[in-house]
Design a protein around this ligand. Structure first.
Ligand SMILES: Cc1cc2nc3c(=O)[nH]c(=O)nc-3n(C[C@H](O)[C@H](O)[C@H](O)COP(=O)(O)OP(=O)(O)OC[C@H]3O[C@@H](n4cnc5c(N)ncnc54)[C@H](O)[C@@H]3O)c2cc1C
Length: 455
């Protein structure tokens, strides 16, 4: 048996747990994972949490590091841009990036999770399913594990513990008892519900395949991401309370009338709208910030457990995967010097996870409202023109976050400087051809220094 410092217990076999297990095993550690759910490869999981995710550069980089990207490629559908649907059914396409390589990738959460768990087990991780972590002893480092079937609880000596147990983390709950543990959780007043657009008669997509579809309607919105089986996974975002809310749409007539008036082009595409609307749960969205992230060198939180964010930048998973590669990098530098690794990990990551948390909230307004605004679309065009001329100086914030591994905190701070520059340049023009390039040159060189773009 390996010494305690080389035995790692991960709590949670969601998306981050299995990836981290692989990166740790590749570095010589022995890994056991405790997962409260049954094994989804044997028991069908119920709907509830977004069926699809947008995977982008940071997530892909982590999968590459683990040697998994090639096998994941056949699970993804690249989405080249947003397809906005107006109430009248008009479509407007807005590319995400400057070329065909700047895309985000739709992937099924379940398929990704299964592929990651398979790979973790192939690498030698043991995953104990139906075993909930019911407590962590801050003094001894032992975990209390409850068998979800029998209710029996046992205490286990656990080596180094890493909580990858999501936004309701059991390890974090124990850490609330630490002296001076800072914790904040902020729920949005909005909830979400999964819906589905089935495939057409020959298994084809009924909407444009390579796009993330958005029906932006001010205080509510519907989005749809393509699946490889021809379906679209849709998410309806609505306020919990008030007019046009989950609380007010309680009968079939109300829901149908709401869809017919707000998203009329989707009604013929969703024959099971009523079944799904009433059967699927309404999810909440929370931002979690806390510190410290670790208990000396014995326990650490990672992923949603330590920085859950709202989904509007499509970065929760990507950011969690970046946590995993960051931790692996620190282990490569310092070995199993856990107190040092955990301290540096928090130092390196927190400033960035705080930044993406704030940008994700900001992006909610952009997605549900501003994407339908012609001035917003014009500014996006100007951004791309500026990037084409000044690729080392002016990279749009969306691109810094999504297509590069530029630290999120840099994307946030440069993004706000760039917003000011854009506002000034776009003030009195409606066409990119009318851009005052002399002014652009002056502003950009005055306000921005060359950007380090990690490859
Ligand atoms: C609607 C929605 C859309 C999203 N879209 C995107 C997107 O497009 N792109 C993106 O990058 N991110 C997206 N995200 C965020 C992404 O889903 C999360 O960031 C990601 O799932 C976090 O992974 P995790 O492993 O930290 O936590 P989770 O995936 O939540 O996994 C935690 C695991 O721990 C297990 N667990 C929990 N408690 C215990 C316990 N006490 N004992 C044992 N096991 C336990 C759970 O069963 C689960 O398997 C979205 C999130 C939502 C809600």
């Amino acid at each position: 048996m390996k010494p305690a410092a080389e035995r790692i217990t991960l709590i949670g076999a969601g998306l981050n747990g299995p990836l981290l297990a692989i990166l740790l095993i590749q570095r010589g550690f022995a890994v056991e994972v405790y997962e409260r759910r049954a094994d989804m490869r044997r028991v069908h999981a119920s709907a509830g949490r977004s069926i699809n995710l947008a995977l982008s550069t940071r997530g892909i980089h982590a999968l590459r590091q683990a040697g998994l990207w090639e096998q994941m490629r056949n699970l993804i559908i690249p989405m080249r841009g947003r397809m906005m649907h107006s109430i009248a059914g008009e479509l407007t396409f807005q590319a995400y990036g400057k070329n065909e390589t700047e895309v985000i990738n739709s992937i099924s959460r379940a398929e990704l999770n299964i592929a990651l768990m398979n790979a973790a087990e192939e690498h030698g991780a043991t995953i104990h399913f139906g075993q909930r972590c019911a407590g962590y002893d801050l003094n001894t480092g032992a975990i209390r594990v409850r068998n979800e079937e029998t209710g029996e609880e046992t205490s286990q000596e656990a080596g180094v513990v890493i909580g990858c147990d999501g936004s309701a983390s059991a390890i974090r709950t124990e850490m609330l008892r630490l002296n001076r543990f800072n914790f904040s959780q902020r729920y949005l007043d909005y909830g979400y519900k999964e819906l589905t657009i089935p495939a057409g008669p020959s298994g084809e997509h009924l909407l444009e395949t390579h796009a993330l579809h958005i029906w932006p309607r001010g205080n509510h919105m519907l989005i749809a991401l393509p699946n490889i089986d021809g379906t679209f996974a849709c998410i309806l975002f609505l306020p919990f309370d008030g007019a046009d809310s989950f609380a007010s749409l309680t009968t079939q007539e109300q829901v149908m009338q709401f869809f017919q008036s707000r998203f009329p082009d989707t009604v013929p595409l969703m024959p099971q709208l009523m079944d799904h609307y009433f059967a699927n749960p309404t999810g909440a969205m929370v931002t979690i910030k806390c510190s410290p992230w670790h208990v000396e060198g014995r326990a650490l939180l990672l992923g949603d457990a330590v920085h859950a964010i709202v989904p509007f930048f499509g970065q929760g998973l990507n950011c969690g995967f970046e946590d995993c590669t960051s931790l692996a990098g620190l282990l490569d530098r310092h070995g199993a010097d856990w107190p040092r690794v955990f301290t540096e990990f928090e130092h390196e990551r927190k400033v960035n996870t705080d930044a993406i948390a704030d940008m994700a909230i900001e992006n909610f307004t952009e997605m549900r409202d501003r994407v339908a605004d012609s001035r917003f679309l014009f500014r996006k065009k100007v951004e791309l023109a500026l990037e084409a001329r000044y690729p080392q100086l002016f990279v749009p914030k969306y691109a810094m976050v999504t297509f590069h591994r530029i630290p999120y905190s840099v994307a946030l701070s440069r993004g706000s400087v760039q917003d000011r520059i854009l506002a000034e340049l776009c003030e009195s023009i409606d066409r990119v051809e009318d851009l005052d390039w002399d002014k652009a040159e002056r502003l950009i060189h005055r306000e921005l220094t060359p950007l380090e773009i990690p490859q």
